[in-house]
Design a protein around this ligand. Structure first.
Ligand SMILES: [Fe+2]
Ligand SMILES: [Fe+2]
Length: 494
């Protein structure tokens, strides 16, 4: 482990030399408030850092944890609470007024806007990296590297917070001293439990994880410098101008996912898995319908709430498909088929906040949310916890799977769930519109699988699966369906 720690030290030293950190530290004439706008471009990472801790670093709060697991869980419980501090500062800095974002625009900014893409990639990859192993001796170096990078940033950012406080009399908790006091560059707890001899394989894996973590953080810093400098101008409104037509809407599906899958010939070893998935999706539909029936309400409110919750469930899927489902350097036809799927599946779950459905249901006027309220609903609200749990389950199962067929199955289960949730919502839409599919393509559009993805899916479903792979698929499908079921039960009519 000492060798890995030395690598973290030397990569941390390089990280501290980044132009971004010099820019943050510079005490030039620009007001601190203006420089702190960089946080808007780092919001996806800062807000989902809670999930990286809660779902991907922590081993839970059980009493039978090993000392190493306990250190990581204790650390994660503390660090995971800092996303809330970030949101408090977003309100103090009045980013609602600065951006002028509606709820739909905030959703788009956080989950799909090109200006935040690098940051989102960093967030998704951190969670995937932590989840790719359950070994605490490998998670610990990632956490430690993140702490070193975090500390390098916060020692400079705190100067901006102090200047802001001097100028306005308002204290910042995330950017200020309160947070820095907790970011001393190390994990919480007794770190001596990690003073151990790693096996050669563990050492290689840990070093590679640490190296790619710093590469991601360096990329994030370059991104924050680029946009932070642009947002520093007196009137940065152009950067935050989002047109309603910026994201293209989905095309209404002609056939459901099941109809597509039914036409493909699955290998005999995969047929029982398909039966099981279908069975689980039927139970999901049953739970969703029963839950809706209990909450009798007028159809418009039901639909609006359904769209809002479905946005929380699906908004991060395109990113997960892009950064975790696909292979960075695909080897052979099977991995290439998975990458083809990963490239085409985002069309099944397009950005909700910018869709035709969102406009037709007047979601922005109904919600009257700005940036902070939307961010809170998406990242911290209790009602959307199952949606974050779903995201974590999908990320984890993909990160742990090297087998292309297993990855394809995780994607299939996710899309089946999206479709099942939509089918239930379609019933409420049917009470308002004669042709709900044409009116609300996103909410009731069944997530059409594009033709290229259909071919790849056919290829992957036709491959024989081994016994361990089948078990892995079974567990993933079960976890994902369970998360969807909790989503269905947590959905309420606002
Ligand atoms: Fe923190
Ligand atoms: Fe931290």
């Amino acid at each position: 482990m000492k060798q890995v720690m030395r690598l973290i030290e030397s990569l941390g030293e390089c990280h501290r030399q980044l132009p971004f950190l010099r820019w943050v530290a510079e005490t030039d004439n620009a007001s601190a408030e203006r420089k702190l706008r960089l946080g808007l471009f780092g919001a996806p990472f800062a807000l989902s850092f809670r999930d990286a801790n809660r779902y991907h670093t922590s081993y839970g709060a059980g009493t039978n944890l090993t000392p190493q697991q306990r250190v990581l869980s204790t650390h994660a419980a503390e660090d995971g609470s800092h996303s809330r501090l970030f949101l408090r500062d977003a309100r103090t800095l009045n980013w609602d007024a600065l951006t002028g974002f509606t709820a739909g625009q905030s959703l788009y900014w956080l989950t799909a806007h090109p200006h935040t893409e690098t940051d989102r990639a960093g967030a998704i990859r951190l969670s995937a990296q932590l989840s790719s192993t359950s070994n605490p001796r490998l998670r610990y170096p990632v956490v430690e590297a993140m702490e070193v990078a975090g500390h390098a940033f916060f020692v400079e950012a705190v100067k901006l917070a102090r200047r802001f406080e001097e100028a306005t009399g308002q204290a910042l908790v995330y950017w200020g001293d309160e947070h820095l006091a907790m970011e001393d560059g190390h994990a919480r707890g007794d770190e001596s439990v990690f003073d151990v001899e790693l096996t050669p394989d563990e050492r290689t894996a840990a070093m590679s994880m640490v190296t790619s973590l710093f590469a991601d953080q360096d990329r994030r810093c370059a991104h924050l410098l680029h946009w932070g400098q642009k947002a520093e101008v007196a009137n940065p409104v152009g950067i935050f101008a989002i047109r309603p037509d910026q994201a293209s809407g989905p095309t209404a599906a002609e056939e459901t996912l099941w109809e597509t899958v039914a036409q493909l010939s699955a290998h005999s070893s995969q047929k029982p898995l398909l039966d099981r998935l279908r069975h689980q999706m039927d139970s999901l539909a049953h739970v969703s319908r029963a839950h809706r029936a209990q909450n009798q309400n007028e159809p418009l409110s039901v639909l609006r709430s359904a769209l809002l919750f479905s946005a929380a469930e699906t908004a991060w899927l395109p990113g997960i498909f892009r950064y975790v489902l696909s292979y960075p350097t695909p080897l052979g036809a099977d991995e290439a088929a998975v990458n083809e799927l990963a490239a085409s599946l985002p069309a099944v779950v397009p950005p909700a906040g910018m869709s035709q459905d969102w406009r037709l249901l007047s979601m922005d006027n109904w919600l009257e949310w700005g940036f902070a309220d939307t961010a809170e609903f998406l990242h911290l609200d209790e009602a959307t916890e199952p949606a974050r749990e779903l995201r974590a389950a999908v990320t984890g199962h993909l990160a742990q799977a090297s087998d292309p067929v297993v990855r394809a199955w995780v994607a299939l289960a996710v899309c089946a769930g999206v479709q099942m949730r939509q089918e239930v919502a379609a019933a409420a839409a049917g009470e308002l519109w004669p042709d709900p599919l044409a009116a609300l393509p996103l909410l009731v559009g069944h997530g059409q699988i594009p033709p290229t993805a259909r071919e790849s899916l056919a290829h992957l479903l036709n491959m024989p699966v081994t016994e361990p792979a089948a078990r892995q698929i079974g567990e993933a499908v079960e976890d994902i369906t369970a998360a969807y079921t909790r989503c269905a039960q947590a959905e309420k009519v606002l």
